[in-house]
Design a protein around this ligand. Sequence first.
Ligand code: BTN
Length: 324
Amino acid sequence: MLAALFKMMSDGRFHSGESLGRALGVSRAAVWKSLKRLEEDGYPIQRVRGKGYRVPPGAALLDLDEITNAFPGKLGAEVQWQLLGTVDSTNAELMKQLSMDHPRPMICIAEQQTAGRGRRGREWVSPYGQNIYLSLALPFSGGAQRLEGLSLLVGLVLVETLEVSGFKGCALKWPNDVLLDGRKLAGILIEIAGDLTSDCVAIIGVGVNVLMNDADAAIDQAWTSLFLSRQGGVLNRNLLIAEFVERLLQAAQVFRAEGFAPFAAAWEERDAWYGLPVSVRSGATSIDGVELGVDARGALRLRTGDGEVLLNGGEVSLRLQHDS
Ligand code: BTN
């Protein structure tokens, strides 16, 4: 019933509970109950007396046909896709399915994750039908060192995707958080399987808050969603996924041949904290300095009292100096 309800409402127009119930063969009360549950989960439903209910235009469920039809190029169609309703984590799922004998590009997307993984052991809040939870398995040869800068590249491609989809002002926080209005909009978690010195597979996990509207979501940092930005860009997750995957696969071809260097300038243009005083923490140590963007390998450049320091990825966290 939920899928049919979403389908009917994805036109962005008002529907009365009665007309929805009639079309779905259920009572008005049953429609009301389903919509109320969705709303309580943080789904943006607008209710207007005398008009009925409405969801943001394009706020449909995930649909592989719609994604495939929307590819701007051909690369996305060459990858093996799977769409799941509920899964623990799309990253974990691809990790399980991976064959290291014949690794090939695979994509897993889901409507909901019950154990979404964030960086540094955090949970990634993943409610049903609202956001993008996508993992892409990409085989690489030449060892994990060939992956230097990959997570920055993924962040950059995501910001570029959002820009062409009508969202202005998205920015990157090193190494790979995507911010909008200074709040976290999307996160990237790359896990590596296989032999770190030769053939390996990067599982690139991307979570984007698209429709999430739940002020009570259990998220321990300032966050936002594309819906909350009220910019009027594309909110249809199928179209966003198609655009993003095609761009990412294209960029990955360049990255395989040339590494991160060709992307460094574009990354820096979208660097949220360029020129600002920051603290970089790694475990118990912390270095203060002025953020100077990134080098050709994606390392963070920091001007400290002792000269310029380069910081590589890993378990470090970056804060503005005046934040606690
Ligand atoms: C972060 O903490 O910033 C990274 C969040 C990454 C979340 C995505 S959602 C799809 C994929 N599956 C997961 O379990 N995590 C990543």
